[in-house]
Ligand binder design. Structure first.
Ligand code: GTP
Ligand code: MG
Length: 356
């Protein structure tokens, strides 16, 4: 009995140990399963995160690609625009080059013609002035040439006092109505005719000055159509320039009578006195100036082989004083000019009974 009880107790003991091992085993298995579950959850989370990340990247990639494509498109358009601009710039450069080459050719031709004309003038051969009758007619119409009038033009370098003298000879001050614009920066732009108020058969013409950037001296006669006028008053002031010689020579060739006039006498005489530190009397300065002017004109006309002719020394003030009041205080040759142009007025005046 005792033996069987101890066997059964062993068996129970064994069974319990087995049960405990099995429980332990089950517990470990369950623990492992739990850990595996956790791991699986972590893996799933990780996979989800990675998938999300991958999706984000995919989105970022596609918008980056779109942006890159947009930029590439813009870059292509800019490149095309730049190419078009380059082609246009090249075309413009080619046409500029052609224009510059043409201008250069024209300038060289003009320069050669000028040199030839200057050489002819130096040798005493006047340049060719041959306006056609059609040119003559057109220029007369353009400038308002008076068919039944004596048409007198005042010509010369810019600033010598043409407009001022033309006002004075009509008895006008520059600011009077109908006066020509006068001043250091009041260059006459177009030929302008004025009927003389005291001599309606006389028409004065104010002409733009020569030797400006627009009007070269040697082309002046043709460009300003000076061949249409009946008389040319050729004005110079400080110097007897080549323009004066060319004008005389051209007028001579076209058989147009000329009067050679030195303007601004008042200013030039004042300058002469200043140059001599005021040691000259007014009368001496005036005499020296007149003598020098005549001498200078004589030498230049002789050198250019032009016919000798007198020179009239005037100032605008002297001319206006004489015309408006027969006041001869400032007069040098103003009266002489006036008398040679209007002999009839002087005859009338001298035939009036004297006031005495
Ligand atoms: N002192 C003095 N100044 C003068 C005389 N004549 C003209 N001037 C001055 O010289 C400047 C030029 O005179 P303008 O009559 O305009 O000269 P212009 O020849 O007509 O000039 P352009 O129209 O450019 O050809 C003006 O400031 C005049 O006041 C003069 O006899 N004596
Ligand atoms: Mg003028």
């Amino acid at each position: 009995m005792g033996g069987s009880s101890s066997r059964s107790s062993d068996a129970a003991h064994e069974a319990r140990r087995n049960a405990e091992r099995a429980a332990e085993q089950a517990r470990r298995e369950s623990e492992r399963a739990r850990m595996e579950l956790q791991q699986a959850r972590r893996d799933a989370n990780q996979a989800r995160r990675e998938a999300q990340e991958a999706q984000n990247w995919a989105q970022r990639d596609s918008s980056a690609r779109e942006q890159a494509e947009g930029r590439a498109q813009e870059a292509r358009q800019r490149q095309e625009g730049a190419e078009r601009a380059r082609q246009e710039a090249e075309r413009a450069a080619r046409s500029w080059e052609e224009a510059a080459a043409n201008a250069e050719q024209a300038r060289e031709a003009a320069e050669q013609a000028k040199k030839a004309a200057e050489e002819r003038l130096r040798q005493g051969i006047p340049p060719e002035i041959r306006p056609t009758s059609e040119q003559m007619q057109q220029s007369r119409e353009r400038h308002g040439y008076g068919t039944h009038a004596l048409n007198i033009a005042v010509v010369g370098k810019s600033g010598v006092g043409k407009s001022a003298l033309l006002n004075a000879v009509r008895g006008l001050w520059p600011e009077d109505p109908g006066a020509a614009a006068v001043g250091v920066d009041e260059t006459t732009a177009d030929v302008q005719g004025y009927v003389d108020p005291s001599h309606p058969h006389v028409k004065w013409f104010d002409v733009p000055g020569a030797n400006t950037p627009n009007i070269s001296g040697w082309l002046y006669f043709m460009n300003q159509s000076l061949y249409i006028f009946d008389v040319l008053i050729i004005l110079f002031s400080d110097r007897f320039t080549q323009t004066v010689g060319t004008l005389l020579s051209n007028a001579h060739q076209c058989s147009i009578p000329t009067m050679l006039v030195r303007s601004k006498a008042d200013q030039l005489i004042r300058n002469l006195k200043k140059d001599r530190r005021g040691r000259l009397t007014d009368a001496d300065a005036k005499k020296i100036f007149i003598d020098r002017t005549r001498d200078m004109v004589y030498k230049n006309l002789s050198m250019l082989k032009l016919p000798l002719q007198p020179v009239f020394v005037v100032s605008e003030e002297g001319m206006r004083d004489w015309v408006t009041a027969r006041n001869s205080t400032n007069v040098i040759d103003e009266q002489a000019i006036y008398q040679s142009l209007f002999p009839e007025s002087t005859e009338q005046e001298s035939s009036l009974p004297s006031e005495a």
